[in-house]
Write a protein that binds this ligand. Structure first.
Ligand SMILES: *Cc1c(COP(=O)(O)O)cnc(C)c1O
Length: 387
């Protein structure tokens, strides 16, 4: 099947004139790295989450943010950190940066979020932390997870790369009772700064350590040095830190993306609702909706081909590609990835729900720049590919 319509990519960022003007303003301002716009982006982020007791710290990726949060919590060699097999490798690799071990658990077959019963079963005397991932933008049952973590003395760092804005128990992800929550502003996420991320915590000691470690272990960053009364040339290195600060060029994008985050979520939700209505009679398993009263961030629309579908997943993706539509798969689970599989001698049978989902899983285009015509095109191509 061929098409004369232009290819519809799997994802596209939604960058408006205000973002562009703010970047130009930054470039002309003379201050292009971490500075006043990053500070404003951080305070706007805390305001967005609606709780002034939160510290928001901008970083140059969510991967950096996860690394910093675990480092600040003291995770190190001999420790175990539990997370889901059904995620991007960044969630787990940061644990290895620190010399600790990753313990992967299977997912709930409906939500594809980590199976909280499996988390509890995986706890050993070495377990120090758990990293829940809000898969696709649907929140993990955080009240249940936090209760288990508290009972066992575990730290909780949320990988909220998909979850801006999403809610659990009526509260925005980022404002719950975890030790830290980490958002991603990668190019295809619900808001973007090209590359970027935000770490959020209420723990002032944790925040202090993250602030120091995100910029070379220097006790105050460049902006403060040039603003404060101590001599501008003086600084102190207190640890071998990292280079994880966000630039003001990126923060300029973030300031306006954040203002549009709620409107973006509404549009993503509309597209997801159109898909789910159109696909209800097809041989597919629809992505789980949020419980009543909760917000789903709809970063991903990932459906599964049903057992009686007339095609397999790979053929389905090929047919959509031939119809001019880009798709993806989230994720090739970590237990199938050579590094993780070999290091921990993992077998697919240990992760039956993630494995079964993966074999039938496909993510469809879902982004705010899609027109109604684009949405209809995807709907018709999906129906056509399943005929
Ligand atoms: C995108 C993503 C990350 C990493 O985000 P970066 O900002 O690219 O470092 C981590 N975890 C999940 C689940 C992601 O989707």
């Amino acid at each position: 099947m061929s098409t004369d319509q232009p290819f519809l990519p799997f994802a596209l960022p939604d960058i408006g004139d205000e973002e562009i003007a703010e970047v130009v303003d930054t470039l002309k301002s003379g201050w292009i790295t971490t500075g006043p716009k990053t500070r404003r982006f951080e305070s706007d982020f805390t305001a967005f989450l609606g709780d002034p007791s939160l510290q928001s710290m901008a970083v140059n990726s969510a991967t950096a943010g996860l690394h910093l949060a675990l480092e600040a919590l003291g995770i190190g060699p001999g420790d175990e950190v539990i997370t889901t097999t059904h995620t991007f490798t960044a969630t787990a690799e940061v644990v290895r940066y620190l010399g600790a071990d990753v313990v992967l658990v299977d997912v709930d077959p409906v939500t594809l979020n980590l199976d909280i019963t499996a988390v509890e079963a995986a706890i050993t005397p070495r377990t120090k932390a758990v990293i829940p991932v809000h898969y696709g933008g649907l929140a993990v049952d955080m009240s249940r997870l936090l209760a288990i973590a508290r009972r066992h003395g575990l730290k909780v760092v949320e990988d909220a790369a998909h979850a801006l804005p999403a809610t659990a128990g009526g509260q925005l992800i980022g404002a719950l009772g975890s030790d830290a929550t980490v958002f991603s502003f990668y190019a295809n996420k619900t808001i973007t700064t090209g590359e970027g991320g935000m770490v959020v915590t209420r723990d002032l000691a944790l925040a202090k350590r993250i602030q120091v470690m995100r910029l070379h272990g220097i006790s105050r960053d460049a902006f403060d040095r040039f603003q404060s009364k101590v001599p501008s040339w003086y600084y102190e290195v207190v640890a071998p830190g990292f280079k994880y600060n966000l630039t003001d060029i990126a923060a300029a994008l973030g300031l306006h993306q954040l203002r549009r985050a709620r409107a973006f979520q509404v549009r993503r939700g509309e597209i997801a609702a159109s898909y789910s209505a159109a696909f209800s009679n097809l041989p597919v398993v629809l992505p789980a909706a949020a419980p009543a009263g909760e917000v789903h961030a709809w970063h991903l629309y990932s459906l599964r081909l049903a057992a009686d579908a007339p095609t397999d997943r790979d053929t389905f993706i090929k047919r959509l590609f031939d119809a001019g539509i880009g798709c993806s798969v989230h994720y090739v689970p970590l237990h199938l990835q050579p590094y993780w599989r070999d290091r921990y001698r993992l077998k697919a049978e240990q992760f039956p729900h993630s494995q079964a989902a993966y074999e039938r899983l496909v993510s469809l285009p879902l982004y705010t720049r899609m027109s109604e015509g684009d949405v209809d095109r995807v709907i018709h191509a999906v129906a056509g590919a399943l005929r």
